[in-house]
Design a protein around this ligand. Sequence first.
Ligand code: ZN
Length: 458
Amino acid sequence: MIRTLAAASLLAAAPLAAQSIPSPDKVAALRDAALKGDQYAWDITEGLTTEVGPRLAGTDDEARARDWSVRKLTAMGFANVRVETFDMPVWVRSRESAEILAPFPQPMVIAALGNSASTGPEGLAGEIVAFDNIEALRSAPDEAVRGKIVFIDHSMPANQDGSGYGQFGAPRRQGPTLASKKGAAGIVIRSIGTDHHRNPHTGVMTFNDGARPIPAGALTNPDADQLLRILKRGQPVRMKIVLESRNLGTRQSGNVIAEVPGRDPSLPPILVSGHLDSWDQGTGAVDDASGVAIAAASAKRIMDAGRPLRTIRIVWFGAEEVGLFGGLDYRARHGKEPHYALIESDFGADRIWKVESKLGDARKAEAEAIGKALTPLGIVTGSFTEADGSDIGPMLADGHPGVGLSQDGTRYFDLHHTPDDTLDKVDPAQLRQNVAAWTTVLAILSGGIEEPKARKRR
Ligand SMILES: [Zn+2]
């Protein structure tokens, strides 16, 4: 315990010292080569989504994805390729459907939210009680909700930085617990998404505060619009939902790790990451095959150029979607070890428009060099005191340094957690811009790359 405390306070008190910054010309050459011709990221994204497909955390599909990843990262020439496994609870969906029973009988398209209770094959029928938002449900008397199927609306707009997801995601994250506590029989929400297609958006939720699990699903945006129109006719609306699912109990997931060994192994590594697991309906191309691909492709490009001073560690986290289990396992194992910077890609593959960092005052020159080197890619420099990422979030909050490369999220929530998250949505040119940005950051943080000695001439 004392050792733990000492390590934690050291981490907070002693920011890592600055190191020399490679010449701008060398960094620019690596950046421009990636922008022009990177194939590594597409190769990984295409391979993972084609040869594995969907990879829900803790399932056999995710296990196949780990095997695929070990083979791929080994074949790419990375060192110390390994899997750190951990246990987690696993929930899987099966049959799901919805229909309006009255006053205007018709089918609707729905997906269960992760950890929904199962309705069983017979389904659940009940009267709809509708709310404009989570606050309206919160202030409703229990009698208005008891025994009914709650519907929660919201109005999430598309925007570049994805900031609507926190606020407008509340119906999914808090709605089921709130509805259950008020005695609802079930809950359907408007999909947390910005598209106008008949694709439901799933996502994880948990029942908190001892709330009894109830069936919980997301209607597509067009179906939510239709339900609202039907409700406006003023008659009681009855709906039937069938959301079958099973809890498989405790299963194994894992983080896949690989390294570009640095010339000085005693130096703290740079961690580059994304998450390997995906939701089950699409092939997880945007979320997050492209993220793991960007992380590994940029590390590979540094490795191709020579040996970096410090180690670059690639982590493909398991089980992000269903509760950050991979990030938390990595933190439990390695969170007390110093890291030079943490970086994660988990917001699709559209172009990066902003860089932020949290490297500490002593490393301001590095942060500024990163901003300057990224300018030709159309990337603006934001805060020097912030970085984010889902899996790495807890470690960033602990005080580890990090860099955040923000992708354009304008169309991200059109696809997020839907059957439509497939490879055709990844734009190869924008993917290369991502790799170029990441390669630039790694070139600067890696402490200089020693080029391989030229072959002797006779
Ligand atoms: Zn993700």
